[in-house]
Design a protein. Structure first.
Length: 480
């Protein structure tokens, strides 16, 4: 075992994780009890086969199907959803395999639009923000896996679905002064960060959200590079379940509040809710980092955030939980009501109790509100941007674009596209529809060309889409 270069503890963790990922029949409490408690063990192994047999037997001994409820319905303002009964033994894993985009191939937009590359040759572009002067900022960051996670991901196939290795932790700046869709300037705006995602501007200050904190830097309009030292003004809980390390930012119209999205540290609180403080929530702080409060919580992994036109309400895109079957639980976009609770981890899509936490917190279950728009189960809906320009046809103006990174906890791929929800007067009027597709190369083989994440509306009215696994920023423009 010395040749493997992995400690006993790492192998034990890896095997529990592999068993969970591949078999998908082991309950989460088994993963917690049998796997997490051995993190600190450092003695060498006796036998690879004995290890597997003992861990599988220990986990499988508690493999009992969770109690399920009848199929139920959840009504929103625009739809009535049929939610199947939750089943913790029905979960299926299907990791996509990323392959190269063929030459002269792009994603596909509806008739009347043209798709092109705005920028490429970068590692893991995740989020896009437009500066007040029109510059385009792109955060480059990716998940960083432990030794145990790398072993598991290699065996399960997850490694082929994501960007691997060290995160470059950099923000790039692009400037397209003549708005022809081809940036004339490309610079490294800021580097040396820690898994950056959210970016924002207030006056002469530039804010960036690392996974572990909110930083502010001096900035002047037109700067192509941050040259002065920054200051950490808010510490944040770092990392999180799967890809829940992202921390997004949004500034209100008055420029006196900053909203920070923080995803959960677990799937359904299996590590203990004492580890979920200030998580699964949107925090509100003052521009100097003071005055923090929880604006809303019970949001398992809120990532995309934007202000709805007309109503000026805060909206977010939320990734819901895994492990209850192909069609539970729907991801969603929703207006965020101040002080509201959206269910995680005790309930989902209204007051539908998660069977893994039955009876754990009935008071919070009763407080759970139904989100506004379902956008498909396991779609990993991350990006969110309202279209506030006038270059797209009328049906798109004021509507919401959603970057769907795509599923892994579902037998058939879902997501892997940019979706659109029509709005009128700041309220959704129809269910979700496809907008930018063609990211899936071969559904039967689970092969994909790309995985869209952040979306943003450029000053020229085009929609910019970050494709992290391909290292491309796509540009979707209306034909002239």
């Amino acid at each position: 075992m010395h040749a493997l270069g992995i400690l006993w503890g790492d192998i034990q963790i890896a095997f529990c994780m592999v068993t969970r990922l591949i078999k998908t029949t082991l309950p989460l409490d088994c993963l917690n009890r049998q796997c997490l408690k051995i993190k600190d063990m450092r003695t060498k192994s006796l036998s690879f086969l004995i290890l597997f047999a003992s861990l599988f037997a220990a986990c499988n001994s508690s493999n009992k199907k969770s109690e399920t409820a009848d199929t139920v319905h959840a009504a929103t303002d625009i739809d009535t959803l049929t939610l199947p009964a939750p089943d913790t033994t029905a979960s299926k894993n299907n990791f996509s395999k990323v392959i190269d985009w063929p030459a002269n191939t792009t994603p596909q937009a509806p008739e009347g639009f043209v798709v092109s590359k705005f920028a490429d040759q970068m590692k893991s572009p995740r989020n896009i923000v437009v500066a007040p002067n029109g510059d385009i900022l792109v955060a480059l960051s990716n998940s960083e896996r432990s030794v145990a996670e790398q072993v598991v991901n290699k065996i399960s196939g997850k490694a082929k679905s994501e960007v691997s290795g060290k995160s470059v932790n950099t923000i790039l700046l692009f400037r397209d002064s003549n708005q022809d869709g081809v940036p004339e300037v490309r610079t490294t705006f800021l580097s040396g960060l820690n898994q950056p995602y959210g970016m924002a501007f207030i006056g002469n200050s530039f804010y960036v959200a690392n996974t572990d904190g909110l930083w502010v830097f001096p900035y002047k309009s037109g700067d192509t590079k941050i040259t002065e030292a920054g200051k950490k003004i808010v510490s944040l809980p770092a990392g999180g379940y799967n890809n829940h390390w992202t921390r997004n930012l949004l500034v209100n119209k008055a420029k006196d509040k900053i909203y920070i999205s923080v995803g959960s540290g677990s799937n359904v609180g299996e590590n203990g809710m004492e580890h979920e403080v200030r998580r699964a929530a949107i925090l509100e702080v003052n521009p100097d980092g003071t005055g923090e409060r929880i604006f809303a919580n019970g949001l398992r992994n809120p990532v995309g955030m934007d202000w709805a036109p007309i109503t000026n309400k805060l909206w977010t895109a939320v990734n819901e939980r895994d492990g209850l079957g192909d069609d539970l639980v729907p991801d969603y976009i929703t207006s965020v009501k101040e002080g509201a609770f959206y269910g995680w981890p005790y309930a989902y899509f209204g007051q539908h109790e998660d069977p893994r936490l039955k009876g754990a917190n009935p008071d919070l279950v009763k407080k759970t509100i139904v989100p506004d728009v379902a956008v498909g189960s396991h779609t990993a809906s991350l990006g969110l941007a309202f279209y506030t320009n006038n270059k797209f046809p009328a049906k798109y103006q004021g509507g919401a674009f959603i970057g769907q990174h795509g599923s892994w906890n579902r037998s058939q791929l879902s997501g892997y596209k940019v979706a659109f929800v029509p709005f009128k007067d700041g309220k959704p009027t129809e269910t979700m529809q496809d907008f930018l597709t063609g990211f899936v190369a071969n559904a039967n083989q689970s092969e994909v060309y790309g995985r869209p994440v952040g979306v943003a509306v450029a000053p020229d009215g085009a929609l910019l889409v970050a494709d992290d696994v391909s290292g491309i920023i796509w540009r979707v423009a209306a034909k002239q």
